[in-house]
Design a protein around this ligand. Structure first.
Ligand SMILES: CC(=O)SCCNC(=O)CCNC(=O)[C@H](O)C(C)(C)COP(=O)(O)OP(=O)(O)OC[C@H]1O[C@@H](n2cnc3c(N)ncnc32)[C@H](O)[C@@H]1OP(=O)(O)O
Length: 409
């Protein structure tokens, strides 16, 4: 096979994107969705593999800024649109693209690469660790009650056309980004992804609906959802599925959840992709009947481990030497001393004895504070070489607010 691995050209997008769609089953997308993804494709950061002129591999990298513990943000390559043609699988095509891409990300000076995986088993071999998890639930709203906090009645919830209030919703989102590790600041255009509403994907549910929450004339939150009516032998059993919800304060949050719990003729409220520590779990009368479940979300790869460890802060003082294994990006290998606290951190090479031994995957998993080094050690994936170092580092890496990826990409 004569293959060529290189940057995507503007004229090649249809062929390139066609390879991606086919690798995901070959379903057609609406013209609106296709156009939006084309607009969001960053051509100079997208690569492909061509065999005799036909595209057989694709990989892109969005330009994001990722919120890290402490509230700062760091440039992160949002790895996306990865595919290999069925005719070319398991011959190292993905491996060659990951090699090129991580070298590129390093040359762009971005300390992190992040992704959501179609299958979690694919990316750990390239140094990615699952760093955020997301909460899903199917809430039996005919049985589960919600107790709302004081101030909820001061919030007014009203219907709006999703596109009409898009800017206001985006302004709410933007105010939330620095408050939670894992949230993404992204380029203009991304807000429209939340409005994509192809009829083919509604599965019998309504078009996207939207409510906004207001207090004293200020928009303080919003929710987008679809409703799917249902009628069983016992009467109505419709489902409301939430696709987005954002609130600037607890009363707004409760007002939006109360609205969603109370929609007439609906008995199930389905949510997915929510923060694992989201407040509604403490307002419900019966968490068991909410059927909560967890799933991996953002996988993090420290491309420049020292730079990445320096841009976040640490909730308690930490001074540890890591022995890092990273066969795919060997520039990260070796011993690094991390010294930091809630104000800042430094990370530099050292010849001192190591306190903790781990691979770059564990550093990626623990990076946003959602997976503890102690739990990784309990699984045998982090080794403590100096007594006390594990507890010190594990506590320091933690985050008061669980990291969360607000949307897929
Ligand atoms: C961020 C995103 O975009 S996620 C989307 C990923 N894309 C998809 O899921 C679309 C459908 N799948 C595909 O296109 C391909 O099967 C890919 C991209 C997952 C893999 O591409 P390939 O070129 O076959 O991978 P490659 O040959 O480089 O495999 C490298 C290693 O990963 C392993 N591997 C590849 N795919 C998988 C998988 N789905 N599950 C587990 N292991 C896998 C291979 O066995 C190989 O292991 P080895 O090094 O021990 O031999």
């Amino acid at each position: 096979m004569t293959t060529e691995l290189r940057v995507l050209r503007q004229t090649e997008w249809d062929d390139w994107y066609g390879n991606l769609l086919r690798a995901f089953g070959g379903m057609e997308e609406s013209a609106e969705e296709r156009e939006l993804w084309k607009e969001l494709t960053e051509f100079n950061r997208s690569i492909g593999i061509w065999d005799e002129g036909n595209c057989v591999g694709t990989a892109g990298a969005f330009s994001f800024r990722l919120t890290v513990p402490g509230g700062g943000s760091v440039p992160a390559a949002g790895v996306t649109m990865v595919s290999v043609a069925g005719t070319h699988r398991r011959r190292g095509v993905l491996t060659s693209m990951m090699r090129r891409q991580l070298d590129d990300v390093r040359s762009w000076g971005e300390p992190l690469a992040v992704l959501t995986a179609s299958e979690p088993a694919i990316y750990s071999r390239f140094g990615y660790g699952a760093a955020t998890f997301q909460l899903g639930a199917e809430i039996d709203t005919s049985r589960v009650e919600l107790a709302v906090p004081d101030g909820t009645d001061d919030v007014r919830v009203r219907y709006a056309t999703p596109a009409d209030v898009l800017d206001a919703c985006e302004a709410v989102y933007a105010r939330l980004v620095s408050g939670r590790p894992g949230m993404l600041a992204r380029r203009p255009g991304w807000e429209r992804v939340g409005l994509l509403d192809p009829a083919s994907e509604r599965n019998g549910a309504s078009a996207l609906q939207c409510v906004i929450a207001e207090r004293d004339g200020e928009i303080t939150g919003y929710a987008r959802f679809r409703a799917k009516p249902g009628w069983g032998v016992g009467g109505h059993d419709g489902t409301v599925t939430v696709s987005a919800l954002a609130a600037l304060d607890p009363a707004t949050d409760a007002a939006l959840w109360r609205f969603l719990f109370g929609i007439d003729l609906m008995t199930t409220l389905a949510v997915h992709g929510r923060p694992v520590d989201e407040g509604w779990q403490h307002l419900v009368s019966d968490i068991r009947r909410c059927r909560p479940r967890l799933r991996d979300a953002l996988h993090v790869r420290l491309v420049d481990a020292a730079a990445a460890l320096e841009v976040r802060t640490y909730q308690t003082p930490v001074d540890v030497v890591f022995e890092v294994e990273d066969s795919f990006c060997p520039w990260n290998e070796g011993r690094w001393r991390l010294t930091g606290d809630a104000k800042g951190a430094t990370c530099a090479r050292t010849a001192d004895a190591a306190d903790l031994a781990l691979s770059v995957r564990e550093l990626g998993a623990a990076y946003l504070g959602g997976v503890s080094l102690a739990s990784l050690a309990a699984a045998g994936r982090v080794r403590e070489l100096r007594q006390g170092a594990l507890a010190e580092a594990s506590l320091a890496f933690g985050s008061a607010v669980a990291p969360w990826l607000p949307h897929g990409f």
